[in-house]
Design a binder for this molecule. Sequence first.
Ligand code: AMP
Ligand code: MG
Length: 491
Amino acid sequence: MNLPPLTPRYALLGKPYHLPIPTTPLPNVELLQVSSSLADELGFDDATLNSAEFRDMMAGNRPWPGYDTRASVYSGHQFGVYVPQLGDGRALMLAEIIDTHGRRMELQLKGAGLTPYSRHADGRAVLRSSIREYLGSEAMHALGIPTTRALSLVTSPQPVYRERVETAAVVCRVAPSFVRFGHFEFFYHTGQHEALAPLADHVIDEHFPHLAGRPDRYVLWLIEVVERTAQLIAHWQAVGFCHGVMNTDNMSVLGLTLDYGPFGFLDAFDFGHICNHSDEQGRYAYGTQPEIAQWNLSRLLQACFPLLSDNDDEALDIARNIYEKYAPAYGMAARRRWSDKFGFREVRDGDDALINEMLSIMHRSKSDFTRTFRKLAQIESRSDQPAFGVREDIMDIAAFDAWVPKYRARLLSEGAADEARSAGMNAVNPIYVLRNHLAQAAIEQAERGSTEELDRLARVLATPYTQQAGMEAYAAEPPAHLRHLEVSCSS
Ligand code: AMP
Ligand code: MG
């Protein structure tokens, strides 16, 4: 085996942040998927990827030479309620390496066994949810959205007990850092305030190096976390991604999409869409994600009070100033994303109203979110005919027909040729997203022992903006009987 170079940094933080915990091996493991694009970037060669040692390492059955696997402690607000202790209950850091671009990357095994933070659970992940995490994170990356990635998916016939008996799987996920808002919350709420600065300094030194050593680094870092979070959520909204469990322990301080559970991509457009069947109040509905992100940031900022000032009132003032940067940052990021989706080069006054009018027509019509934007790209700006393509998916035709001339006028005011505009729109509006029913088909087949569908789906999602011959079914709306698949937190 030829492995990329180890360069532990997070491991050096030591106590009280994490503990060395061995993985618990699984029987009869099989390597089901490897993301070859990620493996290339990380610097694994083909011989290594094809070796039994690599498979065993990705299963948690063999250590990375020179590194002790470890689990970290965090806490967080789950559905708005503070839970004093969480942590890596089934995730173990496998290695910290330097990739082929010279970037430091962390590899984590999810589902590799019990840790002191497993609470009453089993430290395992089932094949179903592991396929979803594998496909979801690689699909988000291919869409150009900041996310943790997935290097591999390993299975074992070992039974795992959920609502039914399922089997075990391990995903190796990869990110520059897995530090969460919840890591800071843990040390704040347990009164270990002296542990906040070393963790923040680690994050800053490794991931925000332009701020390292500055006396005002904590303020500037938190401002960047606010900005990155705003950018991330604008991406999610624009692609119709619903995270499903935006608890503060699932929020990355690098602004990455993290912890793929009951997530989903919108089929029919619905501001109130709830993708997590366990979210009865709709706290994490599609339309509330931007404000939930802001609330989550307020929890992180509170946890960082001791970094901001010794004086509570002063810390509160500083934190409030940082907090207030979210709304404008989100507004700007979102306006840019939606303008791009609608094919506007500039962001102009009045665009919000025009965009919201169409979104509201789509919402009332339950139009397919992804397909509608591809069809919008085909509208001819110099025509006074109805916009037939999009119109087929609209119920409120009168409102839509009244909107189209305003949209055309807006397009013409920038004078772009239809062809160039449409190419630009198609570069930001995907054809293929990981719809639940597509994931489900791949899961059911994999559970029966074939990965043909999983392989194909992974391939289609790797180039989501490009039309792929013969793959029409992957761009289609779900058939009626598969429209309301229930996805819960069970994983
Ligand atoms: P989640 O809702 O997946 O973000 O998980 C919340 C917490 O429960 C995290 O601290 C997880 O590590 C932990 N957890 C979830 N599932 C398991 C499991 N099967 N075994 C151990 N810990 C788990
Ligand atoms: Mg989580």
